[in-house]
Design a protein around this ligand. Structure first.
Ligand code: ADP
Length: 320
């Protein structure tokens, strides 16, 4: 019995020994696994940091790409704008050459006839002279606008400003354009206040604004119509309104007609000679005088072109 017990105890001891061995091995394995786990955690943290850095630099890159794309788009637009301007300029030079040649041909033809033909009837003589005079006027307007454009583009818009009577300037311009109106069987009516209307300005520049507006009113009216010009003043402004009974301008074109080189070409409206410069130049001149210019119109009934300039301050001071 004792032997049996001893053998049992020995067997338990062996079992206990092998359990201890297994437990030691498992403990060591657990320590190793914890080390691996810690270094894996560290590795994952490093990966997360790297990923954050990468996504930050990716966001930066995306923003830079968007910026470069926007710059490229702007440059493309600018380039298209410059190309369009270049095309406009060469179209303008072609138109300008054509418009200079037409009146010159008429003037040359009229003068040649008057000089070389014997026995031209007085009525025909008068007609040729009127025609030559009108075309000289057209040339003056064209060259005047072209010179104004050159001054505008070189940044020198208004020359010497001095006090002038706008009413007198309007009257002089109307007298100058009256023969053109008579020849087109139009009447020009002028309404002015009885006293002087003083403004500060560059007389030549303001005269070209008036010529442009009155000439357009005459040009875009049919025969037998009336062009009405009114000068008036408010406590602060001097105003000129040029009203015609012409073809009128659709409302969507009213702003565009003040753009450079813009000429309205609509069905039913006869094509007239012009450069598309007059209103653009007029707007720049009026605005350089701290004034405003605008148009209202009704298709089929006519248009009113108006501009307002500040009244001469010396006059306002003398009122104070
Ligand atoms: P241009 O008369 O030399 O063509 P403007 O700049 O003076 O150039 O006028 C631009 C355009 O505006 C004209 O071509 C015409 O279509 C329109 N316009 C100007 N004035 C009138 C008017 N009084 N009535 C109708 N259309 C007008």
């Amino acid at each position: 019995m004792n032997d049996t017990l001893r053998q049992l105890v020995q067997a338990f001891d062996r079992m206990a020994e092998s359990y201890r061995l297994v437990a030691d091995r498992v403990g060591r394995r657990l320590d190793e696994l914890e080390d691996v786990h810690a270094s894996l955690k560290d590795y994952v943290r490093q990966l997360e940091e790297r990923s954050t850095q990468l996504s930050e630099s990716n966001t930066g890159l995306c923003a830079r790409v968007a910026e470069l794309e926007a710059q490229a788009r702007d440059l493309r637009q600018e380039n298209e704008g410059l190309q369009a301007l270049d095309r406009q300029k060469s179209d303008f030079l072609t138109t300008l050459s054509h418009q200079i040649r037409t009146p010159l041909t008429v003037i040359e033809g009229s003068l040649r006839l008057l000089f070389h033909e014997e026995g031209v009837e007085p009525a025909a003589r008068h007609e040729f002279l009127t025609m030559a005079h009108q075309h000289v006027d057209r040339l003056i307007r064209l060259v005047g606008n072209f010179l104004s454009l050159t001054r505008i583009e070189s940044g020198q818009i208004v020359g010497e400003r001095r006090e002038l009577d706008l009413s007198l300037l309007v009257k002089r311009t109307v007298d100058r354009l009256r023969p053109v109106a008579i020849n087109r069987h139009l009447r020009i009516d002028l309404e002015q206040p009885p006293k002087r209307v003083l403004v500060q300005g560059d007389i030549e520049m303001l005269e070209s604004v008036l010529i442009n507006l009155v000439d357009n009113a005459v040009k875009f009216s049919g025969q037998g119509k009336v062009v009405q010009i009114k000068v008036e003043e408010t406590p602060t402004e001097a105003l000129v309104h040029v009203t015609d009974q012409g073809f009128g301008i659709p409302s969507e074109e009213l702003d565009r007609i003040f753009e450079r080189f813009y000429r309205m070409e609509l069905p039913g409206i006869p094509k007239t000679a012009g450069s598309g410069l007059g209103l653009y130049v007029s707007k720049i001149i009026v605005e350089a005088h701290e004034g405003r210019i605008w148009a209202t119109s009704e298709v089929g009934r006519g248009s009113i072109f108006s501009f307002a300039l500040p009244r001469s301050t010396s006059f306002l001071h003398s009122m104070a």
